[in-house]
Design a binder for this molecule. Sequence first.
Ligand SMILES: [Zn+2]
Length: 359
Amino acid sequence: MAVIHRDTEAPPLLLTDFKPKSKLVTRETVVERPRFPVIDAHNHLSLEGFGGWDKRPVSELLDIFDRADVRVYVDLDGGWGEDILESHLDHFKSAAPERFRVFGGVDWTKWEEQGDRFPEWAANRLRKQAERGAEGLKIWKMLGLTVHDHKGHLVAVDDARLDPIWAVAGELKLPVTIHIADPVAFFDPVDGNNERWEELHDHVDWQFPSPPFPSFRTVVDGLANVVARHPETTFVGAHLGCYAENLQWVGDVLDRCPNFYVDISERIGELGRQPYTARRFFLKYADRILFGTDRAPEEYIYPTYYRFLETDDEYFDYGIEEIPRQGRWRICGLYLPDDVLEKVYYRNAARVMLGQTDG
Ligand SMILES: [Zn+2]
């Protein structure tokens, strides 16, 4: 009889060495082109790691868009300084005006020098950016976490002093794409219970331990307050309204605030691990959800998103990293019906970001 060798003495394994391969035999669908044209409502063109497109020919970028049927690309990077806004308008927008929207921003570092006048000053800068061609306002996650006023106090997301900025965005019909907070786990202790341990271990500056940072709920509830207080201003909550882990909370804000929308960028990892809840959410809020990726426009990104939204493929990787960047799990597709897909891919963003009326 052959000797049966069972590995009872296998040594302990490091987490980084644990890369299990799924043995499931299920369908794998390749979706290179979406069922309907697409607007990528959340992306970048100058951030590090986004392909360095500000130094590459726009025609190459347009080729990628064409292959993935991306008709319009929203570049949120115009707000890092007016020189960047200018250069993006000159480099991208002027090359293909109908393919790009460039958003402006708020330079919080000027609070120190402007003092009490800062909110008015920032609102006026927004007017100037819009005159120059900015077609929306992007707010970055520093607000609520690291933005301080001239007296050194942390500025809350719903600080009433910022109201002039939101009011001008509403008056000029500039949609506000706002990202505040971060995944909930980023506020938790980085220990063996933290589902984002590997990511937080690699990016120490993504940890927002509370205290000293405000709690996650303080920050996102601040967002809900701002949206409710400015019904004339259109807000797009980035990354599923900044709380993809809790679609009930997001749905409550959408129910209360008709001026609130969400984009799905960088959150198919969250949505696809709660596929039943996510599918119900998409069906219920089909008019309020915008497609976006927030990933460098390279070839593999769009097909992964299309597969997630269109197919009922199960338990697949949501990125190409060997260890999934946003947590050790895989996702299931939502197999959304055509009418929902068309709205999420294009119609909602056409209304919110291009100002087109349905017809
Ligand atoms: Zn982004």
